[in-house]
Write a protein that binds this ligand. Structure first.
Ligand SMILES: [Zn+2]
Length: 484
């Protein structure tokens, strides 16, 4: 198959294409199980295979994909035809940032392939989790397991040959209950990626049991609590909400295709302008954010992106100053040309497609916040006069250019004079992105740092779902509006 694909790549080059790549997925499968109040509500499996071909002809892309590999020649021809047509009306001819050809392979760290585990064993695991959650006050119990496996062979006309084997496991548990007014409240848990692997073996029943007890206890506290006051105070965001804050207002805002105006769906614009790189104080000096696709264990670590560019660890925000973006090979060239200077030295290795039948676009890798000098969570609480600790992503609303946000969380704990006083329900906070990050006044140390995974980041039209991670410490922001 590789030989046949390389023959086609050569043939299109000879026909005038300036660049060709092919992504062959011998197999891509997914399996999702959801148990709801002890019943198996969903047990879905999918399995696909196919090839996607990208062709660059006179500065324009053409793409085609197929599951039927019986006529590769027609598949490649279609991609070239599409590029030929597009070349007649291209406003900014595509150029690709330089890269070194790579011959390599990548395997995500796993011991036990979850697709080799019998369904009965998976259901028994869910049943066990469900039993842990079945306690007074709980009206809804949800346990879910999602497994993914992708084998990808990447070949391009510049000499790269990359093979990837990626397995993902996304487990989660959630409880809901009603307060005296009949309003629903929820607490959930999914493990941080602290272990060395993420195969079936990463599902630790002891860890789930411990956290099942905790989320039931906390949900019951929320049910009986008073509402979050309307106030302005410090917010201490735990990784269970800070990961989403980072995702929505740093990660998506710094995708270079969005900054260039190519992606406007799903609050797809960005307030960031090309002239902001190197000048915008995105946050206080305590804020250092990076796109690190080299974390040993995370869905945002994939070895090589779908441009064939190796995974990198790049600064996005350096002690508050905006310095980098999430980029592939194409947008870098266009951004530099539009700015009339070299802002970006090359691809940041962040061009990814959800599958063989979609074109790669700028996607977050692991968008992380570096741990800071302000100690443990207890240390930060002790040094907070009037605050609220927040955790759990309940709902969120983001400005269309990521310039403002409003988040509701599953739980809040008020802090007065360095002490946690009481739990509140319906906790919310809001802000303007740049003002908010400039109010960052404390960043927790490594003990507070967790890698949270995201299994369903949506972007693009047609929509592409992508998996990634966020390495996040506890962060405190001052003078934030809450309870509105
Ligand atoms: Zn997203």
């Amino acid at each position: 198959m590789r030989k046949k694909l390389l023959e086609q790549i050569d043939r299109l080059k000879a026909a005038g294409a300036s660049y060709v790549d092919a992504r062959w997925y011998p197999v891509e499968e997914a399996n999702q199980l959801v148990m709801w109040n002890g019943n198996l509500k969903s047990a879905a499996s999918s399995r696909e295979s196919g090839v996607g071909v990208r062709v660059l002809f006179r500065g324009a892309w053409g793409f085609s994909a197929a599951s039927d590999l019986g006529n590769l020649s027609a598949l490649f021809e279609k991609a070239l035809d599409n590029a030929r047509v597009a070349a007649q009306r291209v406003s900014f001819p595509v150029r690709l940032a330089e890269k070194e050809p790579v011959r390599a392979s990548f395997r995500s760290p796993n011991r036990i392939d979850p697709f080799s585990v019998p369904l009965a064993e998976k259901i028994a695991f869910l049943k066990e989790l469900d039993g842990e959650l079945n306690q007074p006050g709980v009206t809804q119990r949800i346990c879910d397991l999602t497994f993914m496996r992708k084998q990808i062979v990447y070949l391009d006309s510049e000499g790269s040959e990359i093979e990837k084997q990626i397995i993902e496991v996304f487990p989660g548990i959630q409880v809901m209950g009603l307060d005296a007014q009949g309003e629903a409240h929820s607490r959930k848990f999914s493990p941080s990626l602290s272990g060395a692997t993420r195969g079936w073996e990463s599902l630790d029943p002891g860890l789930f049991s411990e956290n099942a007890q905790r989320i039931v206890r906390e949900m019951n506290q929320v049910r009986l609590a008073e509402s979050c006051p309307k106030d302005r105070r410090s917010v201490i965001l735990l990784p269970g909400i800070m990961y989403l804050q980072t995702h929505e207002t740093i990660g998506h805002a710094l995708e270079l295709d969005r900054i260039l105006g190519y992606e406007l769906a799903y609050a797809g614009g960005s307030f960031v302008k090309l002239e902001d790189f190197g000048t915008l104080r995105y946050g206080s000096a305590k804020l250092t954010a990076r796109a690190n696709a080299t974390l040993p264990n995370s869905p945002g670590s994939f070895g090589y992106d779908d441009d064939g560019v190796p995974a990198q660890d790049n600064l996005l925000i350096d002690q508050g100053l905006l310095v980098g973006a999430v980029t592939g090979r194409q947008m870098v060239q266009e951004a530099n040309a539009r700015a009339g200077k070299t802002i970006f030295r090359g691809s940041s290795g962040a061009n990814r497609a959800t599958s063989f039948y979609r074109v790669p676009i700028e996607r977050m890798t692991n968008i992380n916040i570096d741990p800071g000098p302000d100690g443990t969570l207890d240390d930060i609480v002790r040094n907070t006069e009037r605050g609220i600790i927040l955790d759990g992503d309940k709902s969120w609303s983001i400005g269309s250019n990521r310039e403002q946000f409003h988040f509701a969380t599953d739980i809040g704990w008020l802090v007065e004079d360095g002490q946690v006083t009481r739990v509140v329900k319906n906790a919310t906070y809001l802000g303007d992105t740049v003002t908010f990050y400039n109010s960052l006044s404390a960043v927790g140390d490594q003990s507070t740092w967790e890698v949270r995974s995201v299994d369903n980041c949506g972007k693009g039209q047609p929509n592409q779902i992508m998996q990634l991670g966020h390495g996040i410490p506890v962060c405190r922001f001052d003078a934030v509006t809450i309870g509105e």
